[in-house]
Design a protein around this ligand. Structure first.
Ligand SMILES: [Zn+2]
Length: 401
């Protein structure tokens, strides 16, 4: 085909005109220009019922940040609050696994909590609200976890109202931890909070000195927490992982997330047979280390049987009180000399480490984003919670259109 140069010039001119001529939808509606006067928020007004309310967006203080919410995961904690209100928060705007775009900032805001510059248009997550607790800091590796700190999405309702991520906008007040995570995609950002729980758990596990590259590791419970646990171990270079659960679909997913083999406890009668099943899965060895990721007391009682003499255990399944477990201190702990650590929430440092974990997991091809199995618009948040309570899917997210 013969295309002469004048024709090419004409085409180039035409294309350039198309590119630069009419303003695109994006450039015409820069978010900063279109902040509305009010914002929707899902208020849990009574047990098992969210009402979509319309609240005025308040004036920002010099240290505050207004974030346009893009999405927020539904956490097990949210589900408990929805069903039973164990924290006596009702009425409350829930949602703490949220992320969105900075649309307005007070004049004092220049950087995020890690010292990274923060600007309008940046994508952020929040972690907690400081209460001048010198034991919770960003840069000291040995500082305590943020358990007990105030968290957006678990604050009692007040005049600001926009205190949780199940809304169109959230007001982040001065003194809160906020991180610029513009280099992560939306799904990754929604998964940061639950992933931080596992970064912390694996750090706790490492303090035993038992977890090594070639350790045989059993992960019991393949809900989001157990599945992310497997992914974190895998990104650390640990490959000999056996997943234990009663749902075949979850066990299959555990393999995609990096487990080498899986054991379906429903195929075994009694704990002795199940322990044998785990031993066989490791080629005739018990586990060097176990992560207990179910909230079931029976799960806790069983886990010791999977661990070799001198092995280690990280218990992280009881995020809330799930009742008492019966173990035999002689057989389960003393005689086997098991080193046990508990893990709960995360430190601020773990939170920041999580951003790199998410990049590494993607880098080695782990399908982290598949953990989000359902997405609902804010207007259907009640349906989203119903799906969560039915234990359908894994991570359910509310995503703004
Ligand atoms: Zn959570």
């Amino acid at each position: 085909m013969d295309v002469n140069s004048s024709k090419i010039e004409e085409i180039v001119k035409q294309v350039l005109k198309e590119i630069t001529g009419a303003p695109t939808a994006e450039s015409a509606t820069s978010v900063a220009e279109v902040i509305p006067k009010t914002s929707r928020a899902a208020l849990l007004s009574k047990l098992e019922q969210f009402e979509i309310k319309e609240y005025p967006i308040p004036e920002l203080g010099d240290d505050d940040i207004l974030v346009k919410v893009e999405g927020c995961g539904i956490c097990g904690t949210d589900a408990h609050e929805f069903k039973r209100d164990p924290f006596s928060l009702i009425p409350v705007v829930l949602g703490h696994e949220g992320t969105g775009e900075v649309v307005k900032m007070g004049k004092n805001v220049k950087k995020d909590s890690a010292g990274k510059p923060l600007n309008i248009g940046d994508k952020v997550v929040s972690c907690m609200i400081f209460k001048d607790n010198p034991d919770i800091t960003m840069f000291d590796l040995n500082k305590q976890n943020v358990g007990g700190a105030d968290v957006y999405g678990l604050l009692p309702d007040d005049d600001t109202h926009l205190n949780g991520w199940f809304a169109d906008y959230i007001v982040i007040r001065g003194g809160s931890t906020i991180f610029n995570v513009s280099d992560l995609d939306l799904d990754s950002r929604i998964l940061i909070e639950p992933c931080a729980v596992l970064i912390h758990a694996v750090e706790r596990a490492k303090t035993t000195g038992i977890l090594r590259f070639n350790s045989r590791v059993v992960v019991q419970g393949c809900g989001p927490i157990g599945l992310i646990c497997i992914a974190v171990l895998r990104t650390m270079g640990i490959e000999n992982i056996v997943a234990v659960d009663g749902e075949q679909k979850r066990l299959d997913f555990a393999k995609q997330m990096g487990a080498e083999t899986s054991v379906n406890f429903k195929e075994y009668k009694g704990i002795e047979a199940l322990a044998k099943g785990v031993e066989n899965a490791f080629g005739g060895h018990l586990a060097d280390f176990a992560f207990q990721c179910t909230g079931s007391p029976a799960g806790h009682a069983n886990i010791y049987k999977f661990i070799r003499n001198g092995g280690g255990l990280c218990e992280l399944g009881f995020f809330i009180n799930g009742g008492d477990a019966i173990i035999n201190p002689h057989f389960d702990i003393c005689a086997k000399e098991i080193t046990t650590v508990g893990s709960w929430v995360y430190t601020l440092r773990d939170y920041a480490t999580t951003f790199d974990f998410l990049k590494r997991a993607k880098g080695i091809g782990l399908p982290i984003e598949k953990l989000i199995t359902h997405k609902y618009p804010l207007s259907q948040i009640n349906e989203g919670f119903a799906t969560n309570l039915k234990m359908e899917g894994l991570k359910i997210a509310v995503v703004n259109e």
